[in-house]
Design a protein around this ligand. Structure first.
Ligand SMILES: Cc1cc2nc3c(=O)[nH]c(=O)nc-3n(C[C@H](O)[C@H](O)[C@H](O)COP(=O)(O)O)c2cc1C
Length: 194
């Protein structure tokens, strides 16, 4: 296959695979490293490379599970507390082989609009998605749990002006996802030709 066929196939076949679909066979660290190396080549304005990643695996997954479930307990009013949510925050990370916390480090001068730093991080995450797809590894970007909570950022080494953008869950696939149906191109593209 030539490069064009390969990239078209990898992009077209990419899909999210969720923790419940992961097997308990761990993903090799070398594959995770390749995903991170590919993330680190993403386009970014003014060479800020605003992505910051924290990789949790092995006992590290339990650390993340404990942090996010206890954070939820501590920061949720008693009448709003949901035991099911608490248990999910405790159990979900343990279904993954690796979880990569996705952070955006804000440029110190603030010259680049913040949205562009977030966009660059999303490009980096797409590179991880595509690398996972090429290795036939399951992955998904989740933005639940503590993601947008200001008080959670410190745990991931992020400062006041930075953002936590979610978690990239990675695992070997036990149960495949179907390719998700997208709107047709005509609905999302307009050509201007004259
Ligand atoms: C920024 C971002 C945040 C997401 N957060 C969640 C999430 O919290 N929970 C979830 O189930 N899926 C989440 N997803 C994954 C989407 O559900 C998934 O990409 C969408 O269903 C399309 O499926 P596909 O990735 O297989 O094409 C997120 C995706 C993106 C890009």
């Amino acid at each position: 296959m030539n490069k064009i066929d390969i990239i078209n196939q990898v992009i077209q076949e990419r899909r999210s695979t969720y923790p419940a679909q992961f097997s308990d066979i761990p993903v090799k660290n070398e594959i995770i490293l390749q995903m991170l190396q590919n993330a680190n080549t993403a386009p970014n304005h003014a060479k800020t490379q605003p992505w910051r990643f924290v990789v949790f695996t092995g006992e590290g997954l339990k650390k993340l599970a404990d942090f996010q479930s206890e954070f939820y307990k501590k920061n949720t009013a008693e009448d709003k507390f949901n035991q099911n949510t608490y248990e999910k925050l405790q159990e979900n990370p343990l279904k993954a082989s690796h979880i990569i916390a996705i952070g955006m480090k804000r440029q110190e001068t603030g010259k680049i609009p913040e949205i562009e730093e977030v966009e660059a991080v999303a490009c980096a995450v797409q590179n991880m998605y595509l690398t996972a797809q090429a290795y036939e590894i399951g992955a998904y970007w989740g933005s639940g749990g503590v993601t947008y909570n200001e008080k959670a950022k410190d745990f991931f080494g992020l400062g006041n002006d930075d953002k936590l953008l979610g978690f990239f869950y990675v695992g070997n696939i036990a149960k495949e996802s179907p390719i998700s149906i997208k709107k047709p191109l005509e609905d999302v593209v307009k050509w201007v030709t004259e």
